[in-house]
Each structure stands twice: as structure tokens, then as C-alpha cells.
Design a protein around this ligand. Structure first.
Ligand code: G1P
Length: 311
């Protein structure tokens, strides 16, 4: 049974500076909820009710967000704001949230190893990376948990990436077709292969269901790409023993770790909201020419600047 989801949130979020100077990047709002809330809601939807945040200094707002806030509850109750009150309370009851510190930024593999004490060496667990956002009603993680329960093997989420430059930003797997549609058997993995050296076009995205046997492997995994202890390298060791299951994503995914992905997630999530979607899309349709003009101007300015810099 998969009881715990491990969510690493120790990163500095430098790609979103200055917004992330005093606010954790996981707390940046997509529409009206922090990005991390979509992750925790996805965990709850998959039937997992225990979350371990692997956190660091400056990140306590994330824990506060999923805790009770009695003064706010009292203020909302006094004003008769029942809907908001119910929402705030429900948020604190979604899952039980625990936290452990990653004292040094030694890599994703190291962050996952910090969870060993909480999860236990014999239990299976999920790992979700906050930069990868699936649709707000996605049941993909639940499918991964089911595949793990059926096979007892590690299960990781994959997506096809045709651009070799982009593929080089991910862990990439070598795999053969599995028994079921959308399922592959992974026998090797490479973390961020140089363009042209990837073993396939199947990239690892930030959803994993792992057996506790990954912990001893992580303890003996040497630093890899970027001098960091890579989860991908530990998975490679597991895969040499017996194939890992890969489930190929068949729904949209947004890279909220990049500004563009953060914006597309904002638009896509807002568009499906009854209170915002119709008005937002009407605004976009009405202003599309003006937006195009602005973007063309920005593109021209960028090219002129590049030429000046090159001169
Ligand atoms: C991490 C993993 C990588 C995976 C990616 C998915 O990389 O190391 O294998 O493909 O997440 O988002 P990061 O993006 O943290 O550098």
C-alpha cells in the first residue's frame, strides 16, 4: 500500500527571482491557489493521505498553508463568510502534512533519501515534483499507484519529447513496450543526456511510485550530473535488477518551473474555471491582435539587443 507522498520543496527558485526572494516558489499563485496546492490535491485524489515535505530554510509558508489558521477562521466566522471558512478548513484537512529538512542541496536523490525515516525502509511511497503540473482533475498518479500495486515494481511517469535540445533537460529512459497500452518496461536511464545521446524520446517527469528498496540504493549512489546525488542514477541501479514500469502521460503537463510553463498553466487552469474561463477567453480573443503586436515588438527589440551585444 502506498501511504505517503514525498514532495521535495527545498529548492531556491532562482528562476523566478525577484518574486521568490521572500516567498517560496511553490507559493506563487496559479489563478488563486499556490502551485503546491495543486500537487497536494493531486496526492489526495490518488487516495494518499500522508505528505512529507522535504524542505529547507525560508520555506515555512508552505507548511503554514496546509495547517489550521485559527485567527483567520474566527474572523471569517464573525463576518459570516461561510464559503471561505469551509474552504480554509478543508485545506487543512486534505492530507496530513509533515516536514523534514534537507540540510544541504545535494540533489533530488538526496532529498528523497531524507524521507527514509518517515516512510520506513519497507514501505512504498510516491514522489511528486512541484514543477510538473498535471490537470487539476488528473487521475494519473492514481493509475501509477495501481500499476505499482499490481506489479510491486517502481513506476515512473514519462512523456514524449521530440526536440533533442529539450530532451536534454530531463532524465531519459531506454525501454521496450510493456503488456498494456501506454506502459513500457524501462531497463536503463540517463540523467540529462547530451543532445543526440538520449536513449529514446521518453523523458521522465516528476511523478514516481517507489519501493522502499530505493533507500539503500540511494545511500550508495555516488554524485552524478551536476555533482548531485541523482534519483535517476539510483533508479538505473534498480532497473538493472528488474525492469521499472514507465507510464506514458496522455494528458497535458505544464512545467511550472519555467516562466512560460507557469503562464500556460495559469491560462489553462483559469480557462476551465466557470467563474473565469468564459471571460478570460473572450478577453484573449478580443485582444489577440494587440497581444501579437506587443510580442512582435518584443521579439524585434530582443533581436536588436542581441545584435548590439554581438557587435
Ligand atoms: C528532475 C529529474 C529529472 C526529471 C525532471 C522532471 O530534474 O532529475 O530526471 O526528468 O526532474 O521534471 P530537475 O528538473 O529537477 O533538474
Amino acid at each position: 500500500m502506498v501511504r505517503t507522498a514525498v514532495v521535495p520543496v527545498a529548492g531556491l527558485g532562482t528562476r523566478f527571482l525577484p518574486a521568490t526572494k521572500a516567498v517560496p516558489k511553490e507559493m506563487l499563485p496559479i489563478v488563486d491557489r499556490p502551485a503546491i496546492q495543486y500537487i497536494i490535491e493531486e496526492v489526495a485524489r490518488s487516495g494518499i493521505d500522508d505528505v512529507l515535505l522535504v524542505t529547507a530554510a525560508g520555506k515555512s509558508a508552505i507548511e503554514d498553508h496546509f495547517d489550521r489558521r485559527l485567527d483567520l477562521e474566527a474572523a471569517l466566522a464573525a463576518k459570516g463568510r461561510d464559503a471561505e471558512l469551509a474552504e480554509i478548513r478543508a485545506l487543512a484537512e486534505l492530507v496530513s502534512v509533515h516536514a523534514v529538512r534537507q540540510p544541504e542541496p545535494l540533489g533530488l536523490g538526496h532529498a528523497v533519501l531524507m524521507a527514509a525515516g518517515h516512510v520506513g525502509e519497507d514501505a512504498s511511497f510516491a514522489v511528486l515534483l512541484g514543477d510538473d503540473l498535471l490537470e487539476p482533475d488528473s487521475t494519473f498518479l492514481a493509475r501509477m499507484v495501481a500499476a505499482h500495486e499490481r506489479t510491486g515494481r517502481a513506476v515512473i511517469a514519462l512523456m514524449r519529447v521530440d526536440d533533442p535540445e529539450r530532451l536534454a533537460q530531463y532524465g531519459v529512459v531506454a525501454a521496450v513496450p510493456g503488456e498494456r497500452d501506454g506502459e513500457v518496461l524501462i531497463h536503463d536511464l540517463v540523467e540529462k543526456p547530451e543532445p543526440g545521446h538520449a536513449p529514446s524520446d521518453l523523458a521522465v517527469i516528476g511523478r514516481y511510485v517507489l519501493p522502499g528498496s530505493i533507500f539503500p540504493v540511494l545511500r550508495t549512489t555516488a554524485p552524478g550530473r551536476g555533482g548531485e546525488i541523482q534519483l535517476t542514477d539510483a533508479l538505473r541501479t534498480l532497473a538493472l535488477d528488474e525492469p521499472i514500469i514507465g507510464l506514458v502521460l496522455d494528458e497535458p503537463r505544464h512545467d511550472a518551473g519555467e516562466k512560460l510553463g507557469f503562464l500556460t498553466a495559469t491560462l489553462a487552469f483559469a480557462a476551465r474555471r466557470p467563474d473565469l474561463g468564459p471571460d478570460l477567453v473572450a478577453w484573449l480573443e478580443e485582444h489577440l491582435d494587440e497581444l501579437r503586436e506587443r510580442a512582435d515588438r518584443a521579439g524585434r527589440a530582443d533581436r536588436t539587443q542581441t545584435q548590439k551585444d554581438g557587435a
